[in-house]
Design a protein around this ligand. Structure first.
Ligand code: SF4
Length: 490
């Protein structure tokens, strides 16, 4: 394992966006499994850009390489790829929500358990990891990382179940929160989605080989076809005899993360069975129907606002123009990240295209507002380029609550929508008007009649504050929380 540190990418982050934390990929029984995993992770790079890792199994031993940085940099070396021998592999890209970004936290994690080697990669976040960690440490477990994922490995190590699969099941029944996992043993690759299916996980096929990945874009890149989603609460096992489906949890109603459709997933992915691009266009169309306003041009905030802006422009019958141009190479700048350069902020990333803006009444479409810092600069930039009016339209409801399921959210005190109402937000960002899609509008764009208040069809907690699981670590009452999770699942 090489413990070199890649250079950071100080401008590649947009601190005014929520950040998806991780992407996972697994493949069993395919020559060059590591290279295919590296390609899959490259397609999932938008889900995490701080670190990546691959572990393979070659029939005798596990081979691992993990590092900080981008997939293309970490796995560019022929030497490294040659060491990742084997016909089975899993991989992971990450930001860090829990556990600081140090190499020992970079996944996949690896452990020698009673039945052999076990390696694990996790997308999501456990909401009782601190409580479980405390209990495990009291019983003598020695933790190697600060990552919540390691709790699963320790629960497996202390389980007395009689097989690897049963130990994993035993461990998963004790955790709460959101997880889409891929795991590798000396005989199989395992994929699991939490009982509510909060984070995505899909199954693909390449010839006779099955693949598990966070999104279908990771299947496309290796020429694999989409088979289906791993169902909420399903465990799939890929081994030499094919694919097997297990249902280790009591049935529960799925609560997929609705924000995957708004922002996290790639627009070319099929997520939860639906094309993300089309869903985003439908959100834009709903937004136009709900809060249309006379204007000359619809301008997306690139890149994530583009599909919603197209949908808005089509529904409102207003021309769509690229009024803001994004520089995609800011992540690779050679300029030192001094405070003065940081203050240039949005201008490093976006520039106004005057030809599309001067003298125009502009509808600006963005996917979400988090802190509002980028919105202020974008509105200012569009005005400075000669727009006569700037109306901001947002393809998400106001984001007023933190996510505990694997998305890096600022504290509520930093979320603009938790601090002020919509008119105050409009004044704050300097827009002539501001409107967000309504909750029912968002659900209509998902093909629903509206939000079912009694049994919501998705997780929408960062908008509503209604969390679909207990939050043991936040609320600090282990027993009550565990019991209510069990009651919810029953
Ligand atoms: S709280 Fe928001 S971002 Fe987090 S899983 Fe739920 S919908 Fe997704």
């Amino acid at each position: 394992m090489t413990d070199t540190h890649a250079f950071g990418h100080p401008f590649d982050r947009d601190d005014d966006k929520l950040r998806e934390e991780c992407g996972v990929f697994g493949i069993h029984g395919f020559a060059d499994a590591a290279a295919h995993t590296a390609l899959g992770l490259h397609a999932l790079q938008h889900r995490g850009q701080e670190a990546a890792g691959i572990v393979t199994y070659d029939g005798h031993q596990f081979n691992a390489h993990r590092d900080l940085g981008l997939v293309g940099d970490i796995f560019a070396s022929e030497q490294i790829m040659k060491r990742l021998v084997g016909r089975s592999a899993i991989g992971h890209v990450r930001y860090s929500t829990t556990g600081e970004t140090v190499l020992r936290n970079v996944q996949p994690l690896f452990a020698h358990l009673q039945f052999g080697g076990f390696t694990l990669a996790h997308n999501g976040n456990l909401t009782n990891a601190t409580a479980l960690r405390r209990q495990l440490a009291q019983r003598g477990s020695l933790f190697q990382t600060t990552s919540d994922t390691e709790v699963i490995v320790h629960l497996m190590a202390t389980s007395d179940a009689s097989s690897m699969i049963d130990r994993l099941t035993d461990a998963l029944r004790q955790i709460e929160g959101a997880y889409s996992l891929v795991a590798l043993t000396d005989s199989c690759v395992i994929g699991v989605r939490d009982p509510l299916g909060v984070r995505p996980l899909v199954i693909g096929r390449l010839g006779e080989t099955y693949i598990i990945a966070s999104e279908t874009c990771a299947l496309d890149i290796i020429g694999a076809t989409y088979v289906r989603d791993v169902a909420a609460g399903e465990m799939v096992v890929l081994d030499d005899s094919g694919i097997h489906s297990l249902r280790p949890f009591p049935p529960a109603r799925q609560r997929f993360c609705i924000f995957e459709f708004i922002y996290f997933s790639r627009p070319d992915s099929l997520v939860d069975g639906s094309n993300v691009y089309n869903r985003r266009k439908q959100i834009g169309a709903e937004l136009a129907r709900e809060s249309g306003i006379p204007a000359d041009v619809v301008i997306p905030v690139p890149d994530s606002g583009v599909p919603a802006a197209i949908g808005y422009a089509e529904a409102a019958q207003i021309p769509f123009e690229l009024g803001i141009v994004r520089n995609h190479y800011v992540g690779r700048t050679f300029i030192e990240p001094s405070q003065q350069i940081r203050n240039l902020g949005v201008r490093l990333k976006h520039n106004a295209n005057r030809a599309a803006l001067t003298g125009k009444r502009v509808v600006l479409v963005d996917d979400s507002i988090v802190r509002g810092t980028t919105s202020i600069k974008i509105v200012e930039m569009v005005r400075a380029a000669g727009a006569t009016e700037v109306h901001m339209r947002i393809a998400a409801p106001p984001t007023a609550h933190s996510c505990f399921y694997g998305i890096d959210t600022p504290e509520p005190s930093e979320l603009l929508a938790s601090q002020m109402d919509v008119p105050a937000m409009a004044r704050h960002i300097g827009a002539d008007s501001l409107a967000f899609i309504s909750m029912d509008g968002l659900y209509r764009a998902m093909g629903e009649a509206g939000r079912d208040a009694d049994r919501p069809q998705y997780c929408d907690a960062c908008f509503t504050g209604e969390y679909p699981t207990t939050l043991t670590d936040r609320d600090g009452d282990d027993t009550v929380a565990q019991l209510s999770l069990l009651a919810e699942l029953a």
